[in-house]
Design a protein around this ligand. Structure first.
Ligand SMILES: [Fe+2]
Length: 445
């Protein structure tokens, strides 16, 4: 042996990584909740969303249930509020009328929970059971809070009033990216059995055999989407599925959410600022039905979830599936537009270092991408640690979105990460790219 590994060194590395992730995540939560006054925190900005102060205390309550009580076996910080912050017992529309903890109390509560968590983290043995192996329960709580941070960012996008959030613009394009990429027929490994913080719905790894297909090298842009609108796409039932047309009609859809006509063009309201639509940015705030109609108009279709994942992870040189399009290394600012560093998607071509081996760009970050696939468990799925994380959402009601958005943190984003929502939803940071079957002469050149 040439190296001496002190026992426990690995645990110490994991312990400090968890502490750093918890801290980094809480700083984001604080930024999103400190940006507005108490009245604003208590208010419901849209029936689709919770008051921000509900998200805040709910994040603390989940942390208390899983880490303080389950993992730590400690006394509850507050045992009287579990029902108030149970997402299954309290539908979003009812949350503003609940006797919620006011902002000061909510902040004190999440702090008290966090203090206990730091305390129990000091003495934890990561070998003690499945829930804490590799720090999973802590990783789950970090990801949960980060997911609520993205939800809170979506609430900010829906709130009216003067802007309160600010961030530098995303990078400009560095390469020209256009057209589509052929993905050859063959098997690839979908999902993961080894990623320590992967959630139950990403597991297990399994082989999926796909015929050759063609996928867009970049997400569909505002410029292309404007052509669909200009061509009467919203008035032409033949581009829409029956359910899609019904929804388009009932909801009166004429353009993506937060767009309005501006002279000959369009403007877009982004966190309180109106600005002209930028044609080379991925379109965002479209629902699944709009994506489906656009794809039909363009003579294409949405990719299946497996097609999206193969384009994002499959390395033709090794046949291996990577953790991210660029490899296994954690995302940096060079790879992808993640983590609310910027308050919008980056123009196409801004992240050449983040492209997949086949040359598919901006799969991670910028906008969540709708796929045609309904949300179900991978073959061999087992709910862990509880059915309510994902299993109760399986079925035809939800479509899968992949890749994360500018509002998603890297802790809750990887090549296997799965998100899901109703096909009518568009308050999320959702866009898409198109795909099609390969023609015989493309598949067998
Ligand atoms: Fe939650």
């Amino acid at each position: 042996m040439t190296t001496m590994q002190r026992p426990g060194t690995e645990s110490e590395t994991l312990r400090s990584r968890i502490a750093a992730e918890l801290e980094r995540t809480r700083a984001r939560t604080a930024l999103l909740t400190d940006a507005v006054d108490d009245d604003d925190l208590m208010r419901q900005h849209s029936p689709l969303m919770s008051p921000l102060v509900w998200d805040l205390a709910h994040v603390g309550n989940q942390e208390e249930l899983w880490l303080v009580r389950d993992v730590g076996g400690r006394e509850p910080v507050r045992r009287d509020i579990d029902d108030l912050y149970d997402a299954f017992k309290q539908p979003r529309r009812d949350r503003p009328s609940l006797p919620l903890l006011p902002p000061g109390e909510a902040r004190a509560y999440v702090r008290a929970v966090r203090d206990k968590v730091y305390d129990l983290l000091d003495g934890i043995r990561f070998a003690d059971g499945e829930l804490v192996a590799d720090g999973f329960a802590f990783g789950m709580i970090v990801q949960h809070e980060q997911q609520h941070d993205e939800t809170m960012l979506a609430t900010h996008q829906l709130r009216s009033g003067p802007p309160v959030l600010d961030a530098p613009p995303p990078p400009e394009p560095r390469v020209r990216v256009a057209g589509e990429v052929l993905v050859p027929a063959g098997p690839f490994t979908m999902g993961t059995s080894t990623d320590p913080w992967a959630l139950d719905n990403e597991r297990p790894a399994h082989t999926v055999e796909l015929p050759a297909y063609v996928i867009d090298a970049a997400p569909v842009t505002n410029g292309r989407y404007r052509e669909f609108i200009a061509d009467g796409g919203y008035d032409e039932p033949r581009w829409w599925s029956e359910a899609g047309w019904r929804h388009r009609t009932e909801a009166g859809l004429t353009a993506p959410m937060h767009w309005r006509r501006d002279g000959d063009g369009w403007a877009y309201r982004r966190f309180g600022h109106w600005s002209a639509i930028r044609d080379d940015e991925p379109v965002v705030h479209v629902c699944w039905y709009e994506a489906e109609a656009y794809a039909a108009w363009a003579g294409r279709r949405l990719p299946t979830e497996a097609e999206w994942e193969k384009a994002a992870r499959w390395d033709p040189a090794t046949g291996r599936s990577r953790r991210y399009p660029w490899g296994d290394d954690e995302p940096t600012a060079e790879h992808a537009n993640l983590g609310q560093r910027h308050l919008g998607p980056a123009p196409v071509g801004a992240y050449p270092a983040g492209a997949s081996p086949l040359g598919v760009h901006q799969l991670i970050g910028d906008v969540w991408e709708w796929t045609s696939t309904a949300f179900r468990g991978h073959p061999g799925f087992a709910a862990f640690p509880y059915r309510e994380y994902s299993e109760v959402f399986f079925g035809d009601d939800h479509r899968v979105l992949r890749g994360g958005s500018f509002g998603t943190d890297k802790a809750a984003c990887r090549g296997t990460f799965r998100n899901w929502d109703y096909p009518i939803r568009r308050q999320i940071f959702s866009g898409f790219r198109c795909a099609r079957d390969a023609r015989p002469e493309e598949a067998y050149p």
